[in-house]
Design a protein around this ligand. Structure first.
Ligand SMILES: Nc1ncnc2c1ncn2[C@@H]1O[C@H](COP(=O)(O)OP(=O)(O)OP(=O)(O)O)[C@@H](O)[C@H]1O
Length: 205
């Protein structure tokens, strides 16, 4: 059980009595706009600290954990894709630098671009990418890191339905190949129904 949440309160935004998120599975978080879905994800990697209650990661309270080491294991993609360098290659390698891992080979990076269906060269300037392409680059960047947990905040919101389903299918398969846990906020009932092994609905407090 990577995450066990008990009696959590955050401002007047979130109140969760008990929530368990399973390991090596895909959990989809759904709920109306403003319900607190992004807030919950940000608590799981200690970007926000609950006012009350506890969050345990693999049996240890995250209060006791160093935020940087937690974020190397529990990696987040924000709702608005961020760029971390000039070229696609720099963006893909950035997560490895952050987690102090050796750089990936060109072949590995090219296979990651295929998984996320980003048909571009590694040398392409990332500034040229569209919103949907940047989302796929972000998915690629976290996939290269092979973290224990992926926190994905609407990772495919800018993609058309067909591409969204194809990308998530391949992403989840790749994450599971190294025993990753995927926790994803999504507005897409298609994605939630097809890939959510667990479904958590958040409603306004
Ligand atoms: N740091 C903060 N301080 C105060 N209020 C906040 C903070 N972060 C978010 N909120 C508020 O908390 C509520 C929940 O926001 P959150 O972004 O978690 O919702 P969401 O369910 O992810 O919404 P959406 O689906 O629209 O992205 C919103 O009303 C938002 O304005």
């Amino acid at each position: 059980m990577p995450f066990a949440i008990r009696k959590l309160v955050y401002k007047d935004i979130l109140k969760i009595e008990k929530m368990d998120i399973p390991e090596n599975k895909t959990t989809c978080i759904i709920g109306e706009s403003g319900a607190g879905k992004s807030t919950l994800l940000k608590m799981l990697n200690k970007m926000y600290i609950p006012d009350e209650g506890s969050i345990h990661y693999k049996g240890t309270s995250i209060k006791e954990m160093n935020p940087v080491s937690l974020r190397r294991k529990v990696v987040m993609i924000s709702q608005t894709p961020l760029l971390f360098g000039e070229t696609i290659e720099e963006n893909l390698q950035k997560g490895l630098i952050f987690s102090e891992k050796p750089p990936a080979s060109q072949e590995e990076l090219e296979s990651i671009l295929e998984i996320v269906k980003l048909d571009k060269n590694l040398e392409t300037n990332a500034e040229e990418l569209s919103g949907g392409e940047r989302q796929r680059l972000s998915l690629g960047r976290v996939l290269v890191m092979k973290p224990e947990v992926y926190l994905l905040d609407e990772p495919t919101s800018a993609l058309d339905e067909e591409t969204e389903l194809a990308v998530m299918n391949r992403f989840i398969e790749a994450a599971k190949a190294h025993e990753g846990t995927v926790i994803m906020v999504t507005h897409s009932m298609n994605v939630a129904e097809q890939y959510g092994e667990e479904l958590i609905r958040i409603s306004r407090k």
